[in-house]
Design a protein around this ligand. Structure first.
Ligand SMILES: [Mg+2]
Length: 138
């Protein structure tokens, strides 16, 4: 199964542009890829260069927010099949939506969330794993 996965609030807590805290996604994502499922990172993060004036001098600032998320997957031994799109979809669509059979995203209707005081809600991986088992995906 091709599974599109959001990053902030889903793989880690919300701390953008920093990488958020561990919220229990890592072992479940490893289990998914060990079972042969293919993960596609589908996030609003991007890499860009922006110009900024510092003491009257124009400097170029690099923001590598997408690369930071990709590195998180690498550091945690979670292989990615695609980033922002399914590698095969270019053959049959020009749509910017990544093609997947399933989407895991803290903003999805029905995504189990943990609501800690003063924090933005984030994905509840204990419950997500239970749902994946109920759906025979894990
Ligand atoms: Mg999110």
């Amino acid at each position: 199964m091709d599974i599109c996965i959001d990053f902030d609030g889903t793989c880690v807590s919300h701390e953008f542009p920093a990488i958020g805290k561990d919220i229990g996604a890592i072992p479940v994502l490893q289990e998914l890829t060990d079972k042969g499922h293919r993960l596609i990172l589908f996030t609003m993060r991007s890499d860009r260069k922006k110009k900024k004036k510092v003491d009257g001098v124009e400097v170029v600032i690099e923001e590598n927010f997408l690369t930071d998320a990709i590195k998180w997957f690498e550091l945690n031994d979670i292989p990615l099949y695609g980033v922002q799109k399914n590698p095969t979809q270019r053959f049959w669509t020009s749509s910017p939506k990544a093609y997947g059979h399933l989407y895991i995203d803290d903003a999805n209707l029905g995504c189990p969330l943990i609501l800690d005081d003063g924090e933005r809600p984030y994905a509840d991986w204990k419950r997500i794993r239970e749902i994946l088992v109920e759906m025979n995906i894990l």
